[in-house]
Design a protein around this ligand. Structure first.
Ligand SMILES: [Mg+2]
Length: 232
């Protein structure tokens, strides 16, 4: 059986961070840009941190579509405040079904890694809350590119460096929770397994070409049979 690289999304897939990160981001916008764009779940889910901030600034009538100096300042404020406040939050939830899949990935000798829109230091804050950072060999993050569709190629390059051999995008399995995750996978020729934690997103996830939509990620046998389909 070909060994695969499992690329786990963080928010909504591995864990739910609670409302604090979005609340802190709102505070960051108010402090730096003078207003709060009022970001909803749909404004953040599946997008990279730089893109979320650029979109927020646009909502406030600021910016040219690029992550401006103001955007960098918003991100810095967000990360500094997250570092102080997130460890004391009582709201984050670790999804135990995702941990079961992660355990199975390890047990089968596949490679566990991250593909997330969080910038790397923000990902670290969220994972450290549950002592989960050490479970992943490497990651592709929102600070590698604001466009999530660029992240599989970056993850593949890091996987090749880590594993010491060449891979194709078909060796990558994206584990996510949004239509964005499914779309990135189908665009890039990766496999995708999407957990339908938000029932209202399921039609969009299916339309985006997910290989498999599951209710929970502990459906390990089903996930592995889809992931291994068509491989030796
Ligand atoms: Mg997500």
């Amino acid at each position: 059986m070909t060994k695969k690289v499992f690329l786990f999304d963080i928010d909504g897939t591995l864990l739910s961070p609670g409302l604090l990160p979005r609340e802190i981001l709102g505070r960051a916008f108010r402090a730096i840009a003078g207003g709060d764009p009022g970001l909803e779940l749909e404004d953040v889910a599946g997008l990279t941190d730089p893109l979320i901030i650029t979109n927020g600034l646009k909502k406030l009538g600021i910016g040219d579509g690029n992550l401006t100096e103001l955007g960098t300042a918003v991100l810095d404020y967000y990360l500094t405040t997250m570092r102080k406040e997130y460890p004391r939050s009582t709201r984050p939830v670790l999804h135990t079904d995702a941990v079961q899949l992660l355990n199975a990935v390890d047990a089968h000798g596949h490679c566990p890694a991250l593909l997330t829109g969080n910038v790397s230091s923000g990902a670290r804050i969220k994972l450290d809350y549950f002592h989960m950072a050490r479970r992943f060999k490497f990651g592709a993050y929102g600070d590698d590119s604001a466009d999530r569709a660029d992240l599989p190629a970056i993850a593949r390059q890091r996987a090749e460096e880590f594993l010491g051999h060449r891979l194709t995008n078909a060796d990558l399995v994206i584990i996510g929770d949004t239509a964005h995750d499914a779309r990135v996978a189908s665009t890039c020729g990766c496999r995708s397994v999407i957990v339908g934690r938000q029932p209202q997103w399921r039609p969009a996830i299916a339309a985006a070409g997910a290989d498999l939509i599951v209710d929970t990620l502990d459906e390990v046998e089903r996930i592995f049979s889809v992931v291994n389909a068509g491989t030796a």
